[in-house]
Design a protein around this ligand. Structure first.
Ligand SMILES: [Zn+2]
Length: 271
């Protein structure tokens, strides 16, 4: 019943707002991440991104708005990178997952925030933290323009996927904890076991002074571990699969997608 209602809404939207095909093709041509999609997935993602732009506000900092052409292909590309996360889910699941996303703000550069954190002894520490993006439970998703421009490739970095992964994580709690709402066929114990193994491995690499197989920002917090693993799952699935095959398989079930199969078949450029 719910699915029928969503289908009807999608059809009504399509009748009123035809997909700007040329702009969507341009968006795909600009980003290797989107160009890698097959035709069926690309068509589905185009519609999702187009509807996303109609239901969420995308705000550009005034300083950027003057100097930066942020045309429709750029807006579609931004929305599509976010909607890629939920592409394997039904319309109902996709809308529910991003119900807490109201606005995406793009700021000129990585921004600094005063952070105050209580340590385990109850002592407050204040420090400045430089971030590429920021997300809170009902607050806007904030992205730095520089990092947005660096996203969209197949190199394991994507600030849109990272911040929206935090929004998925926040679907069942007020803080990011690396534990998003899980579908019925994934046992929370399995989720915990697989992520803990990755977490422990990252910490062991750092303790030995070795480079970590995925971005070491994953080792700073369980919530960051989930977000960074999502970035790799979609934009460097070969790296994630080689380092942590069990985690790749778990995320493939969670997202109901197989990004490894989308990678161009030419020999990979060593990273
Ligand atoms: Zn983060």
């Amino acid at each position: 019943m719910l699915e029928r209602l969503h289908r009807w809404r999608a059809e009504r939207f399509a009748a009123r707002h035809p997909l700007p095909e040329a702009d969507w093709a341009e968006a795909r041509a600009r980003l290797p991440l989107l160009a890698a999609l097959g035709d069926d997935e690309a068509e589905r993602l185009g519609w999702r991104a187009w509807r996303f732009l109609h239901s969420k506000r995308i705000s550009l900092h005034p300083e950027l708005a003057e100097s930066t052409p942020f045309d429709l292909p750029a807006r579609l590309a931004l929305a599509a990178q976010g909607c890629l996360l939920t592409l394997g889910w039904s319309d109902a699941e996709h809308l529910e997952a991003f119900a807490g996303v109201h606005e995406i703000q793009v700021l000129p550069d990585a921004f600094r925030r005063q952070v105050e954190e209580m340590d385990e002894f109850g002592v407050m520490h204040a420090y400045e933290d430089e971030r590429a993006g920021e997300t809170s439970h009902q607050g806007p998703v904030v992205l730095s323009f520089t990092d947005l421009m660096e996203s969209g490739g197949l190199e394991g970095f994507n600030v849109v996927i990272h911040e929206l992964a935090h929004k998925l994580d926040l679907g069942n709690s007020l803080d990011v904890d690396g534990f998003p709402p899980l579908p019925g066929d994934i046992d929370p114990k399995e989720w915990h076991r697989v992520f803990t193994a990755v977490w422990d491995d990252l910490q062991a690499h750092l303790a030995r002074g070795e480079a970590t197989p995925i971005d070491d920002y994953a080792a700073t917090h369980p919530g960051e571990c989930f977000a960074v693993c999502c970035e790799h799952f979609f934009t460097a699935p070969d790296v994630l699969h080689a380092a942590y095959p069990e985690l790749y398989a778990l995320l493939a079930r969670y997202f109901r997608q197989a990004p490894l199969a989308r990678l161009p078949s030419e020999p990979a450029i060593p990273r």
